[in-house]
Design a protein around this ligand. Structure first.
Ligand SMILES: *Cc1c(COP(=O)(O)O)cnc(C)c1O
Length: 351
């Protein structure tokens, strides 16, 4: 083989959920928010005079707005192009040990992809049969820890005291808690950053703020962690955050009423959909996210997935060990979820 071929960095990329674009489809497969972003976001796009200039590489405006929003100092916040960018930068910055980093065996499927990309040794820590994390398992030697809370794709939340035990038990590692879904009813562990210098809390605009298309994510931690992240980011690409995302992302924070109202709406929809699903003999753990991770007592998940897809109802199916009889269903509007339930009823009654 030619040398250039042997020198190619070979990776198996992350597989995102399908992004079909069909009229009248019901898209419940990538945990997007079914509601539009706050109308105030649009107003943020009116300050276009700056857009001929390169953006501020320190993203001061959005960092400051986020710091104010969370009651932190600017030095405690780092912003990126979606939380995927923030997480990728964090792996590159903090996971440089010869010891393996740890994450659950069932979790966000980008973690192992970044570990492979950056050649970080890693170990998958099995969840229990009920898909719970076991905190004692995170007491083994490691070069870092990352997990979502609530976990994905299960939606299961662990309490703050549980997260604290992991963080306290690993003073020599950076612990990254991915709070992509925390706004849907979970208690954040953000306050722990004041007590533990090794904790990084990651958030995104993609789910609760209805802005997956804008690509804004951020993380919070002590200023030493944030400074390290900024140094790596500035060594990679100074201008990841574009002017539009900075302006609109800042505007989104101004409409707290809209934010709370729509998050509450999704939570209440999630609760009635759960009741309907139970009546149809599905089971699932209580979810603290904007999705349910469901399995049927009789009918295979894959069959249900395909039946729904034929009707242009998209949910997420993972053909992976332990979870290949489950579906992850994003909570949409009441109308969308009613159609989803109706399709299940029609199918299960004749099956
Ligand atoms: C959706 C998601 C992300 C990535 O979101 P961005 O759109 O890149 O901000 C990160 N972690 C988890 C667990 C997610 O579900």
């Amino acid at each position: 083989m030619s040398t250039w071929r042997t020198n190619i960095r070979e990776v198996t990329p992350y597989t995102p959920g399908e992004q079909p674009n069909k009229e009248n489809m019901i898209k419940l497969n990538t945990n997007e928010n079914p509601y539009p972003p706050s109308p105030m976001v649009e107003a943020g796009g009116k300050e276009m005079e700056d857009w001929r200039l390169y953006p501020d590489p320190s993203v001061t405006k959005l960092v400051h707005a986020l710091a104010q929003y969370h009651g932190l100092l600017d030095e405690q916040v780092f912003v990126g192009v979606g939380s995927d960018d923030v997480l990728a930068m964090s792996f590159l910055t903090f996971f440089n040990s010869d010891k393996p980093i740890l994450f659950p065996d069932i979790t966000y499927s980008f973690y192992d992809v970044w570990a492979e990309l950056y050649k970080i040794p890693y170990k998958r820590v099995p969840l229990t049969e009920q898909f719970r994390l076991v905190k004692e398992d995170y007491q083994q030697e490691n070069g870092g820890i990352v997990f979502p809370n609530p976990n994905a794709p299960t939606g299961i939340l662990e309490p703050v005291s549980f997260v604290e035990d992991i963080v306290r038990g690993n003073p020599d590692s950076v612990v990254i808690v991915d709070e992509a879904y925390i706004d849907f009813g979970g208690e954040t562990c953000l306050n722990l950053i004041h007590r533990y210098e090794n904790l990084l809390v990651v958030r995104t605009y993609s789910k609760s703020r209805s802005l997956a298309g804008l690509r804004v994510g951020y993380c919070m931690g002590n200023k030493e962690l944030i400074e390290a992240l900024n140094n790596v980011k500035q060594s990679y690409n100074s201008y990841t955050m574009n002017q539009a995302a900075i302006a609109l992302g800042t505007a989104s924070l101004k409409d707290e009423d809209y934010f709370r109202e729509h998050v509450a709406k999704i939570i209440s929809t999630r609760e009635w959909v759960g009741e309907e699903l139970r009546k149809l003999h599905f089971s699932f753990a209580p979810s603290s996210a904007n999705f349910l991770f469901i399995t049927h007592e009789r009918v295979k998940a894959k069959d249900i997935f395909e039946m729904l897809k034929e009707q242009d109802i998209y949910v997420r199916y993972f053909d992976k060990p332990r979870i290949d009889n489950y579906l992850r269903v994003t909570i949409g509007t009441d109308e969308q979820m009613q159609q989803f339930i109706d399709a299940l009823k029609r199918y299960l009654n004749v099956k």
